[in-house]
Design a protein around this ligand. Structure first.
Ligand SMILES: O=C(O)CCC(=O)C(=O)O
Ligand SMILES: [Fe+2]
Length: 355
């Protein structure tokens, strides 16, 4: 099976939309990943960001650590190489996590639910090494926000829903990551390094990923419905799109959240990527997320998932959390325990113990 390409301009054009809708449905239900071409993002906005990544990650550790993630109750900032563990193995990557700058509402009103604290301001690097760093990142986020809404509109139609029907699930907490991978010297072709282990995106509604290195640098893979890992090599001019866990819940499992990973074959190279995670409204309850279930049940689309994909943790579906925000907070605390310990002491033990 190959990864389909969806031409967004065509998908929005009534003349082509029937064929596009079929292709989108196939991509979402049968594959999990798609390439988005003709997305209309200003090439300069993308190229500006791509061009600064090597300089950004080459900054001295002290500069990067000045915006360390552990300082932020909003899980926004820098995580150093090897700080993350996915599927019990250390990931070979470092990253900056950035959001659309929002006020920290819970600081002003402690009666708000604890998960409200996931939102708040960014930590911005104070460096002259990259002039206009903040501007470039913010322009990219704005472009992605617009694109994500356009895409969700064509997705709704492809799934037989009114064009605006998926908007009510999207929320204020959009996030961007700037990621740098490097294989460990021990990597071999038989045992490549784990860039990031097998996972489903937990924070987003849809993820829009820019593979920001030379097209010869591969690594991204998707788990097929038959349980085989397929390469998703970079294709210049496209973004890769996949679905997050909330989307799987809303479609009652018709569109499974995409299981994916990054493997790093041996070599002297750097891989950069920029995923944008479209936010999900944190106050959504189980009831809210079930409002379209009847529609999806009626369609009787054939849906299946490999055994390995089914084993990926889906806390909202399988556990007792009442709101999306709380399930999200649990996931964040579990994957960044130092942040959890420092800023969420009151729930730390509860979330860590909840396997
Ligand atoms: O770097 C990539 O290509 C994928 C990154 C990813 O899956 C993630 O950070 O969630
Ligand atoms: Fe991911």
């Amino acid at each position: 099976m190959s990864i389909p390409t969806i031409d967004l301009r065509k998908a929005e054009d009534p003349f082509y939309c029937t064929q596009s809708q079929e292709n989108i449905r196939h991509a979402l239900i049968e594959v999990g990943f798609l390439y988005l071409s003709n997305h209309g993002i200003d090439e300069a906005v993308i190229q500006d960001l791509v061009a600064i990544l090597p300089t950004l990650f080459a900054l001295p550790d002290k500069a990067k650590e000045s915006v360390a993630l552990v300082q932020s109750p909003h899980f926004l900032g820098y995580s150093k190489f090897g700080a993350e563990i996915t599927a019990r193995v250390q990931d070979q990557r470092e990253q900056f996590e950035i959001a659309n700058d929002l006020p920290d509402k819970r600081r002003l009103d402690p009666a708000l639910p604890l998960y409200t604290m996931l939102q708040g301001p960014n930590q911005w690097l104070k460096t002259n090494a990259i002039p206009r760093y903040r501007d470039m990142v913010e322009s990219y986020i704005t472009a992605m926000q617009d694109l994500a809404l356009r895409f969700v509109r064509v997705v709704a139609e492809a799934l037989g829903l009114p064009a605006a029907s998926l908007f009510s699930f999207t929320g204020p907490g959009d996030r961007l990551k700037l990621v740098h991978y490097k294989p460990s010297p021990e990597a071999t072709f038989d045992a490549p390094s784990q860039g990031v282990g097998p996972h489903k995106d937990s924070s987003g509604w849809m993820t829009f990923l820019l593979q920001a290195s030379d097209p010869t640098i591969k690594g991204l893979q998707v788990l097929s419905k038959d349980g085989a890992w397929l390469d998703v090599p970079p294709i210049p001019g496209t973004l890769v799109v996949n679905m997050g866990q909330a989307f799987e819940v809303v479609t009652n499992g018709v569109c499974k959240a995409t299981t994916h990973r990054v493997l790093l074959p041996p070599g002297e190279y750097d891989r950069y990527s920029v995923p944008f995670f479209q936010g999900v409204r944190p106050d959504l309850t189980k009831q809210d997320l079930k409002t379209l279930w009847e529609h999806f049940d009626r369609k009787r689309w054939n849906t299946r998932e490999s055994e390995e994909g089914r084993r990926i943790d889906s806390p909202f579906l399988r556990r007792k959390y009442e709101t999306w925000g709380e399930a999200q907070l649990r996931t964040k605390v579990r994957s960044h325990r130092d942040v959890g310990k420092r800023h969420y002491a009151e729930v730390f033990e509860k979330y860590i113990g909840d396997d």
